[in-house]
Ligand binder design. Sequence first.
Ligand code: NAP
Length: 480
Amino acid sequence: MIDTLVQSIFINGKWQNAETDKTTTVYNPATLEPVAEVADGGEDETNKAIAAASTAFSTWSELTGRKRSKILYKAHQLMLEETDRLAKLLTSEQGKPLKEAKGEIKGAANFLLWYAEEASRSYGEWIPSSIKSKRMLVMPQPVGVVGAITPWNFPASMITRKIAPALAAGCTVVLKPAPETPLSAIEIVKILERAGMPNGVVNLVTGDAEAIGNAMLTNKDVRLITFTGSTKVGKYLMRESAEHVKKLSLELGGHAPIIVFDDADLEKAANLSLASKFRNNGQTCICANRLYVHESVKDKFTKILTEKVKQLKIGSGLDEGTDLGPLINEQASIKVQAHLDDAVEKGAQIICGGTKWDGELNGYFYQPTVLSGITDDMLVMNEETFGPIIPIQPFSDEAAVINKANDTDYGLAAYIFTEKTNRAISVSEKLDYGIVGVNDVFPAVAEAPFGGVKQSGIGKEGGHYGMEEFLERKFVSMGI
Ligand code: NAP
């Protein structure tokens, strides 16, 4: 039963319902029971939010970095104090195990802390002039109003990874979260409100993606759209934003390879491959999609990994000890099954898993699955599966496996397991990816740049690079 209609639109410091009073239901993906009813806003609400952000920009951008920093720092503290409550809410709308949800809230709070620290460190430049009577100065200035669009797979950290640097830089924001997970977004905005964020600096509109997106794309006051989601929607935003030549920052899909070399520590490689693949049930843009294992260690590695996979506990993310929660919705479940069927049809063998999970919960659960007998033409080797399937293919030649890893339009994250430093460096240099993990599968941290190449995106989030996206460099040329 839903006992609350949540006011989920926040414009100029006021919480409200949609102007039409239309609502959308948020479901718990483990049980398919409704957990809340939120506002279904559209173009009108978004344009009002943009107007509020535009008005607030003049005062927010003129505050010192230190003043902006104080609010972000306070928000970081409030978020950490509420980790348990926020994690539970996140799991109830997204499904991931509570231990992962707690990790995500702490990670999300880290972005607030990092950019609270960065807010007073946006440096400019004094260029030595070639003309004696001139002085040349480069000033960093906030871009302006930012439209931020986020996905459901990390409902908290994908938001703070965008809005913390935007706010630190002096920009104001209109946020549109995914319809599956608006509750975490509402809580983050409430934390910013309690931390003392002035009215209009952060605004939230839940509802119709196309209508909200259209307002962001056509309203000239939005100077930058920062988007995390699929490559398909990223391309659409890129095409449509051309009309007003808006700045774009895009964090898109991935198709990460893991390469296990013959000199790898196999126990470590198996543990971390498992952690990468099954985190958030495989619904992570940087999670391993395909594994290439040297033929001399393939059987041993597969045995170690499979034993571990069989131990994974499926269930509601809210239950203690759950390792794998549900897939987000029916569409995700259909995609996972299609990838499995395609692989089996083309000759793959199922080593474990291979079917839906027949538990007593109604959600879209799938058994963690390991496949061998993999060929390059299978969907699992060419598209983001976004589910708990590990295809393992043997290789014998280093150059050939690097070519295979690079033979994709995606370029977000790739991983290698090797104990040889020379190999670690030379293979990292050759992988055509924005991020390479060497004996490491958790490269998303507040202090380092995160982002893809090719069709995995444009721009970086995280570290001091993340703030650059929200700054313009103004050149001031002075005659003296
Ligand atoms: P999605 O379908 O592209 O949706 C992402 C967001 O965009 C949602 O809020 C969605 O709202 C919105 N959206 C869709 N159409 C829009 C439009 N025409 N105008 C404005 N907004 C629009 O992606 P998803 O299925 O939620 O997320 C999974 C994808 O995100 C995967 O490909 C994953 O790899 C990628 N991802 C990338 C990163 C990264 O950092 N590179 C991180 C996490 C996820 P609606 O749902 O209402 O349409």
